[in-house]
Design a protein around this ligand. Structure first.
Ligand SMILES: CC(C)(COP(=O)(O)OP(=O)(O)OC[C@H]1O[C@@H](n2cnc3c(N)ncnc32)[C@H](O)[C@@H]1OP(=O)(O)O)[C@@H](O)C(=O)NCCC(=O)NCCS
Length: 178
């Protein structure tokens, strides 16, 4: 059985959570090369237009800040931010279906924004499918606002979908303010 198949089984273990309790050990840690099959598996299960595996690998190699959320020994989510001078590009984020609506997406995004602040970014931006309501609502709650609509940004088998570019300003971390 290949690495991908093992990670699918591992992922499914996380799905049948019946109550709302999170496992005791939920933590964010840097993404490792060895996490890529599980991360990609999560992406494929969660996105209509998933990133290919090589794109995740490229993020790790290019020095983007890549994180996974571990819950009960499983990878329950991930988040990636690339820093370009003073702007942070939120590249991708995801929470496993069985763990959604428990504040973990918020936690991942707040962490990515903290990373960006500590790297002296003055703003953050991202692209999102207009139809991705969970993500759009989360981003709006965390202070992102629509900057512009990119017509036909996302290619699909049935045509192209519009993308929304959202931005938010960032303040310096408290300890660095004068
Ligand atoms: C978008 C995503 C990361 C949100 O993760 P999550 O852990 O469920 O988010 P949270 O629990 O932190 O939600 C925070 C707030 O976002 C909003 N939200 C999240 N999911 C929502 C949904 N399905 N419908 C409406 N609002 C939603 C709510 O306001 C929520 O607060 P509340 O639960 O107190 O009402 C998750 O749905 C996901 O992984 N989707 C697939 C991958 C994806 O689309 N990634 C974004 C790529 S741009």
């Amino acid at each position: 059985m290949g690495g991908m198949a093992r990670s699918v089984l591992g992922f499914q273990k996380a799905l049948p959570m019946t109550d709302n309790a999170l496992p005791e050990s939920v933590r964010l840690r840097p993404m490792l090369q060895a996490d890529l099959p599980s991360v990609h598996c999560l992406e494929v299960m969660s996105q209509p237009l998933p990133w290919p595996l090589w794109l995740f690998r490229r993020q790790l190699r290019s020095g983007a800040s890549c994180w996974v959320l571990e819950a009960g020994g499983e990878i329950a989510g991930f988040g990636i931010v690339a820093i370009d001078k003073h702007r942070a590009h939120i590249m991708n984020m995801c929470v496993a279906p069985g763990y959604r609506r428990r504040g973990l997406g918020r936690r991942i995004m707040l962490h990515l924004l903290d990373v960006a602040r500590h790297r002296h970014c003055r703003g953050a931006w991202l692209e999102v499918r207009r139809s991705n309501r969970p993500a759009v609502v989360l981003y709006r709650k965390l202070g992102f606002r629509t900057r512009r609509i990119c017509k036909g940004y996302y290619p699909t088998r049935r045509g192209r979908l519009n993308g929304t570019v959202m931005v938010r300003p960032l303040r310096a971390p408290r300890s660095e303010k004068h």
